[in-house]
Design a protein. Sequence first.
Length: 255
Amino acid sequence: MGDLKVVKTLNGELIEDRKRPLRTTLYGEGVFETFRYNGKFPKSITKHYERLVRGAELLSIPKISQEDYIYFIEKSLDIAEENNLGNDLYIKTVLLSEGGDYYSLKPYKSYLLTIVKPYKEPKKEIVLTVSPYKVNSSNPLLRFKTTNYMLNVLAKRYAIEKGCDDAILLNENDEITETTSANIFWVKGNTLYTPALECGLVEGITREKIIKNAREVGLEVEEGRYGLRDLLDADYIFVSNSLNGIIKVKKIDIM
């Protein structure tokens, strides 16, 4: 029995914080997935693996098999159990790259970093603001969760400094894309609206499920290009991700 509060492993083996493959450190060349483990893997675990692999292919990071992906996570969970972290857990998996330090070179090896810690319940309702930093919809990285994440970090810090919970990211055309950590939806009448992927946003796994379920219960679903005015006229606004599910937005601070 140990006394670790957070478990971090590289290919299932405990690591020190200072150890990290070079190219990910230098260039943000890595992809990640985050999900909740509540006594068992989520039904969407294969989708998480598949998105990780698609992102790795974009960045030319050698992929790992799904069997190894699950195995490394399970080894990390064994360590978490030894340290009494509980059954309701936050899990982040990051595929890190190793290779030469010249930026145009392609990595020749990858490692799976796994972080496991107790899951923390989110707020029931959140307040959003609008990020002063914009994304470019032509950026192919926006479809995936990559370690090239500083714009999101800066926008999140901006939101917190304003007393808000998160920030809405606009693109170069002032179109809504997502927040720093979630897809965004709103309801007006009998229609569910959400930004189209072409606006520049993560192809969310929970996003896909919400759209499918909404259509099954008879809601109209519109994926398109929308500005802040469209959002502010909504009857109901919420955000979603695989870690926390759906969270209501109670206010948008645009001052």
